[in-house]
Design a protein. Structure first.
Length: 313
């Protein structure tokens, strides 16, 4: 009983327990669901959402929201094969250039929010719309095949039987958790999300932190785009679209307040796994896309209601 009470007071722990419960029940009732290969595959899919949601978590903690995540993933997946120089046999120069572009897009989002005082949700939505139109002009409707060896290695390699994407996600998780909970900049993000006026009066730089948090969101979205490109071996317009809502949902499912100022990436991690697991279960039982949307929407709305009730206390 004490564990249950603690879980309801600790949203990340509650999400972890829910993931474990779903995995145990599904493994006992669905043949092959609990096989190591299948669970490894689910974690590999969750890694993309988790990495994209890393930047989304930081933006939401500071009271904003980034609606350009999916577009940045698509931009990275399409441009990287086009800008990888032939003289670089490792492919690392192309990856560095793609990440620089993704980070610059995030920086532009931050600049719009900080200097033009455009609300982040509007600024990132406008950026996403602009990028989608630009990609249609540049790439048209054709897919771009990747030949970058580093990208292929990232998407396909399995050192010690563990997909590279999962290892990358582990590294990202450690960095983000340290940033939020062990570094002064994380405390500033939380302070600005909890009470912007009080944070400003305390000397917290709003402009600088807005630029930093959106740049990090662009960087992590670009990293997710590289992983998606490596896993699919090609990029195309719309490849990043599914990761916009799932990156937000993973944050909310992990207990981070959509209002900002309260939460942790430790909850986003099981939130991403729960989303992928739920999708797999719906696929197994042959549920229609309509029922899938209803189930996802119901779950997210329920957690939003809980989050809103806690914020009013």
């Amino acid at each position: 009983m004490n564990i249950i009470r603690s879980a309801f007071r600790n949203p990340p722990l509650l999400t972890f327990l829910l993931v474990a419960l779903v995995w145990v029940v599904a493994s006992l009732t669905l043949r092959g669901f609990g096989a190591y290969g299948h669970l490894r595959y689910l974690l590999e899919l969750a890694a993309v959402i988790g990495i994209a949601a890393a930047g989304q978590t930081l933006v939401i903690l500071m009271g904003g929201i980034d609606l350009s995540v999916g577009a940045v993933i698509t931009v990275t997946a399409i441009l990287l094969p086009l800008i990888s120089p032939a003289w670089d046999p490792t492919g690392l120069a192309g990856i560095a250039a793609a990440l620089a572009i993704a980070t610059t897009i995030g920086l532009m989002n931050g600049a719009g929010a900080a200097y033009l005082r455009v609300p982040p949700i509007i600024m990132t939505l406008a950026m996403a719309t602009f990028l989608q139109g630009l990609l249609v002009i540049v790439a048209g409707g054709s897919a771009v095949t990747v030949s970058n060896p580093a990208v292929i290695l990232l998407g396909q390699a399995r050192p010690l039987g563990i997909p590279s994407g999962i290892i990358l996600w582990l590294v990202v998780s450690i960095i983000v958790l340290l940033l939020v909970h062990r570094m002064p900049i994380g405390a500033r993000f939380l302070a600005l999300g909890a009470n912007p006026l009080a944070a400003r009066l305390s000397g917290v730089g709003v402009t600088r932190n807005t630029l930093i948090v959106h740049s990090l969101s662009g960087f992590f979205a670009g990293l997710a785009g590289i992983l998606v490109l490596g896993m699919n071996r090609q990029g195309y317009v719309g490849i990043g679209d599914p990761y916009l809502l799932t990156s937000i949902a993973a944050v909310v499912l992990g207990g981070t307040s959509i209002l900002g100022g309260r939460g942790t990436y430790a909850g986003t991690i099981p939130g991403a796994i729960l989303l992928v697991t739920t999708t797999a279960l719906i696929t197994v039982v042959n549920a229609s896309p309509g029922w899938r949307s209803i189930m996802f929407g119901t779950l997210i709305l329920a957690l939003l209601l809980v989050s809103g009730r806690e914020a009013r206390r």
